[in-house]
Design a protein around this ligand. Structure first.
Ligand SMILES: C[S@@+](CC[C@H](N)C(=O)[O-])C[C@H]1O[C@@H](n2cnc3c(N)ncnc32)[C@H](O)[C@@H]1O
Length: 315
């Protein structure tokens, strides 16, 4: 690798001294990695959600991160569909996962799946006769308890554009292969995923609450943890941007400050913007850009931020 080549990769790393170690990542990240057709189609999906901003596409990288410095516990303070924790638990990279999520409707799904009501939820999903009328009935109803709210949330997530739970996102009209509302409603698959997660319930703890406070608490734990931190993108706080989540406002500087102090290994993801790069640089973290195409073939750049280089991340 000559000097000019090294210069080429400079935008991808924070610390010039670490450049040599980051070159393998940087090389991979200078062209879009086709994570949809090359990877996502072939990776297992464990989450019952189709989550906006979900990280199933990161599975290969996450597996390398889990394997690089094994620990017993993964913590996900902005859990959403919890794709990272589910990979870690189901595939045996960790013994325990702690999920934290602020959205009450998402929380109801995790609580129900991890409780003795999981089978009741599955029954409702399997019995549901999907049509525009029944979906509207469920979405307009007032849930009477956690299991009803969990069912309503799953119907909403499956039948709305992009799985968006916030605001008044519309229902799928054409969906996949013109199957409209039916295109994302796979009751048997959902039942299987819920049963699988339920079978690991002793290993998964769920907390409804604030991810930033949780990060602070995790920082005080003596036992080594892996923190997978995937907050809503800062651009969602800009006026006029359609919300993807019911909770989008966060103090991102605070997240970086807590991670600067944490004794734990972490992997933080952001959209690749000057703002996120600046926060990473100020904290002296390492980052790399991953270009990925989503299922609509739109190209998108994401930052993966770590406390130190993980040489095996993108081999
Ligand atoms: C990018 S999504 C996480 C997606 C997840 N990694 C996945 O693969 O499905 C961010 C999540 O953070 C949640 N959230 C937003 N503010 C929060 C807060 N203060 N505390 C905890 N969760 C929060 C949102 O509701 C959303 O579910």
């Amino acid at each position: 690798m000559n000097k000019i080549e090294l210069q080429l990769y400079r935008p991808y790393v924070v610390e010039p001294a670490l450049l040599e170690q980051y070159v393998p990542f940087a090389r991979a990240s200078t062209r879009p990695i086709d994570l949809v057709s090359a990877n996502v189609a072939t990776v297992p999906h464990y989450s019952p959600f189709r989550y906006p901003g979900g990280k199933t596409w990161l599975t290969h990288i996450l597996r390398r991160w889990f394997a690089a410095k094994p620990v017993t516990t993964i913590c996900e303070p902005f859990a959403g569909g919890a794709s990272a924790s589910l990979i870690a638990i189901v595939e045996g990279y960790v013994e325990r996962a702690i999920l934290v999520e602020k959205d009450a409707s998402v929380a109801s799904v995790w609580r129900t799946i991890l409780s003795s009501n999981a089978e009741r939820l599955i029954e409702r999903i399997l019995r549901f006769k999907i049509s525009r009328r029944t979906v509207n009935e469920v979405l307009n109803s007032r849930p009477t308890g956690d299991t009803s709210l969990a069912f309503q949330t799953i119907v909403k997530n499956r039948c709305r554009h992009g799985g968006i739970l916030a605001g008044s996102a519309g229902l799928l009209i054409r969906g996949e292969r013109d199957r409209g509302l039916f295109s994302r409603w796979y009751p048997e698959t959902l039942a299987k995923r819920i049963r699988l997660i339920h079978s690991h319930r002793e290993r998964i703890a769920f907390v409804e609450g604030d991810g930033i406070s949780a990060l602070q608490r995790f920082g005080q734990r003596k036992q080594q943890l892996k923190l997978f931190v995937d907050p809503p993108y800062p651009k969602l706080m800009q006026p006029g941007v359609r919300p993807l989540y019911n909770h989008c406002a966060l103090n991102h500087e605070r997240i970086f400050r807590l991670l600067e102090k944490t004794p734990h290994d972490f992997l933080l993801t952001y959209d690749d913007t000057d703002y996120a790069r600046r926060l990473a640089r100020t904290a002296n973290f390492c980052y790399l850009t991953i270009a990925m195409r989503n299922s609509n073939a739109d190209s998108k750049k994401e930052l993966i931020i770590t406390p130190s280089p993980i040489a095996t991340l993108l081999d």
